[in-house]
Design a protein around this ligand. Structure first.
Ligand code: SF4
Ligand code: SF4
Length: 418
């Protein structure tokens, strides 16, 4: 049974040529190619977007909602991730960009960067006041990292920072404001402008959140093109920017660690680097660190597959934007928000996604494991992907669990003649 109800990526079967590029790249072996078409095993998919990046035929489609959906709501709020700013020319002002969102149809904006400053403060307080913390603490703002740990690194679940993400906090703040303005639930549309499909899944399904309040998740690229063409028509620029550099810096790798303000920290980005660091933590090599900031996309969220700008250029722009705003938004404190750091705790603890479990019954699981080992021993160990599985080991599992024929391996003869 599939755990997830919403998927990060889908396949355009007409465009898919079965070239196996995506299958080779997927970090959780979540793709098979059968009958010359890729198929995602959604239970294993962590929404990293690697398959979207590498598909030469653009057959992998990242999930997001249609922009037109906003018009169904009387009060429409844009939840703006700080990576959005990095898409624009750094000569612009953040206020102008936020006013651009009003120009394309939103009634209000809520900066995720503002919420990030609150989450940074909550994290510092949580680290100061919590006993028996398992070191190093691993950030949870990138949902792909959380999913990766739930799928592949079960021993690291207790290392996860158990606090709500800035996006979740911003959504809650926007909802509270809308209610204070007197809008009914059905009139409120809260739309997150996302750099990646992973956030679509996370915000709609909820990670650490009981009842997600987001109405829709929009593609950052789509919103960018609308806003950039509307900027020249803006007559009056309202002062909407409340976040300081500390919050805006979360857009790129290292920004979250900056806010946590611990000397002993590590930051890494890009899925392969992240996996390498998680293996180090799993092997007990990084217990001397206080905080580890991991982002699945190279450079951080500025590298998400729904962005338009080169991540390194976007990161440089974020630094330029940072020079024009205060270090921290003047009113962005937990106290001013009427909260305590405890209000940022996860409402529910995410559970392990045991996709590699062979059977509920232990004896049957052992039998299946033996069968897999036996079939694997007969295979050529080329990991060539011709059979449609990412490795000979994965193919052996498919034979035992999915009932595929061992004859689907067309290179068995090569092993015998070796
Ligand atoms: S989004 Fe990532 S985990 Fe999911 S199928 Fe694509 S490459 Fe695999
Ligand atoms: S690094 Fe940012 S953009 Fe990339 S998957 Fe994680 S949350 Fe999404």
């Amino acid at each position: 049974m599939e755990r997830k109800t919403i998927h990060s990526v889908t396949l355009d079967t007409d465009k898919c040529r079965g070239c196996v590029s995506c299958m080779r790249r997927c970090p959780t072996e979540a793709i098979r190619v059968r009958n010359k078409k890729a198929k995602v095993l959604y239970d294993r998919c962590i929404g990293c977007g690697e398959c979207v990046r590498v598909c030469p035929h653009h057959a992998k489609i990242p999930a997001f909602d249609s922009f037109d959906m906003i018009h169904k709501y009387k009060y429409k709020v844009a939840i703006v991730a700080p990576s959005f700013y990095g898409q624009f020319k750094s000569q612009y002002d953040i206020n102008l960009i936020l006013n651009g969102l009003l120009a394309v149809g939103f009634d209000d904006v809520e900066e995720v960067a503002k919420a990030a400053e609150l989450v940074s403060e909550a994290t510092r307080e949580w680290m100061k006041n919590t006993q028996d913390i398992k070191h190093p603490i691993i950030n949870t703002a990138c949902p792909t990292i959380v999913e990766l740990i739930l799928v592949r690194f079960h021993g690291l679940i207790d290392n996860l920072l158990p606090l709500q993400t800035p996006a979740d906090v911003a959504i809650k703040l926007a909802y509270k404001k809308a209610k204070e303005k007197g809008y009914k639930d059905e009139e409120i549309g809260i739309f997150f402008i996302s750099p990646c499909p992973a956030k679509v899944l996370a915000l709609k399904n909820g990670i650490g959140i009981k009842s997600p309040l987001v109405t829709g998740v929009l593609s950052m690229a789509e919103v960018y093109y609308k806003v950039v063409t509307a900027l020249s028509q803006i007559k009056e620029v309202k002062p909407l920017n409340k976040a300081g550099f500390l919050g805006v810096a979360w857009a790129s790798s290292g920004g979250e660690a900056l806010g946590v303000n611990k000397e002993k920290y590590l930051e890494a980005s890009g899925i392969e680097n992240v996996i390498a660091v998680l293996k180090e933590i799993e092997n007990g090599k990084l217990e001397n660190l206080d905080f580890v900031e991991l982002n699945a996309c190279t450079g951080g969220c500025v590298g998400g597959v729904l962005t338009v700008e080169n991540p390194f250029v976007a990161k440089a722009k974020i630094r330029e934007f940072g020079k024009k705003i205060p270090c921290i938004g003047s009113t962005n404190t937990i106290k001013n928000a009427g909260l305590t750091y405890k209000d940022f705790d996860w409402e529910v603890v995410p559970t392990i996604n045991d996709v590699f479990k062979l059977d509920e019954n232990r004896i049957k699981a052992m039998q299946k494991l033996e069968q897999i080992e036996s079939i694997y021993a007969k295979l050529p160990h080329f990991d060539c992907g011709v059979c449609g599985a990412p490795s000979c080991k994965a193919f052996a599992e498919d034979v035992v669990i999915e009932g595929f024929s061992i004859d689907d391996c067309t290179r068995m003869d090569e092993r015998t003649t070796e």
